[in-house]
Design a protein around this ligand. Structure first.
Ligand code: SF4
Length: 220
């Protein structure tokens, strides 16, 4: 890519962020939580299920175990009783109990705020760590999931299918003032408008910018 092409892509990314900022005035997580630990727990539980399903089970779970100490004490079997309606409940219960215990033992009961420490916890991969850093600690991180990957490719911000590379591509294109909210702009746009099988292109604020072959102008 030439310098001019790169500059044009940066301008395009800036325009996309401005459109999304206008369309999504409240770029916030759709998971319910009251602390960085509850956020981490909710994100861990959200693997391969929807935020809505997670929000259905967390009120009772967090009432029983609101912090790392009580979650570790509840243990995998106690956690399982609260989350068994979710997919992968056995593994999620074990990981959440183990992560809570390590947060108590290694980090004094506080969720760590570095990528390295977060990803050292059981069940916490790069995507979960970036969500916690972005949403819980206000860091300009973009956690690339299936929605962000799809939207970024459709809008021509990346040609990669590898989350880490997409994350680097986005970080190199998106203006600094939008980096904090870029994760939710792209995620919420992908979840609610630029959907995988039936994108609502007729309601999209970027119709004139998008040249994706996936564009569809049909009512859902
Ligand atoms: S026009 Fe359609 S495919 Fe393109 S970004 Fe908007 S919703 Fe997605």
């Amino acid at each position: 890519m030439t310098g001019k092409e790169k500059e044009a892509l940066r301008l395009r990314a800036s325009l996309i962020m401005e459109r999304l900022a206008e369309a999504i005035p409240e770029p916030r997580s759709e998971l319910n939580y009251n602390s960085p630990f509850q956020l981490l727990a909710a994100v861990l539980l959200s693997a391969q299920t929807t935020d809505r399903r997670v929000n259905e089970v967390t009120p009772a779970l967090f009432a029983a175990a609101p912090d790392p100490e009580s979650m570790a004490a509840l243990g995998p079997e106690g956690i399982y009783q609260h989350i068994r309606s979710l997919g992968l409940a056995g593994g999620k219960s074990r990981n959440l109990a183990a992560a809570a215990l390590q947060i108590c033992r290694r980090f004094g009961g506080r969720v760590p705020d570095t990528f390295e420490d977060l990803t050292s916890l059981p069940g916490v991969g790069g995507k979960t760590a970036r969500v916690v850093l972005n949403v819980g600690f206000g860091r300009p991180e973009i956690a690339v999931d299936t929605h962000i990957l799809r939207v970024s490719r459709r809008l021509g911000l990346t040609v990669s299918s590898l989350p880490d590379q997409v994350s680097r591509d986005l970080a190199g294109l998106i203006p600094e003032q939008h980096l904090l909210n870029a994760h939710h702009y792209l995620l919420l746009h992908g979840r609610h408008t630029c959907r995988a099988r039936s994108p609502l292109c007729q309601h999209c604020c970027m119709q004139d910018l998008c040249t994706s072959p996936d564009r569809k102008f049909t009512e859902a």
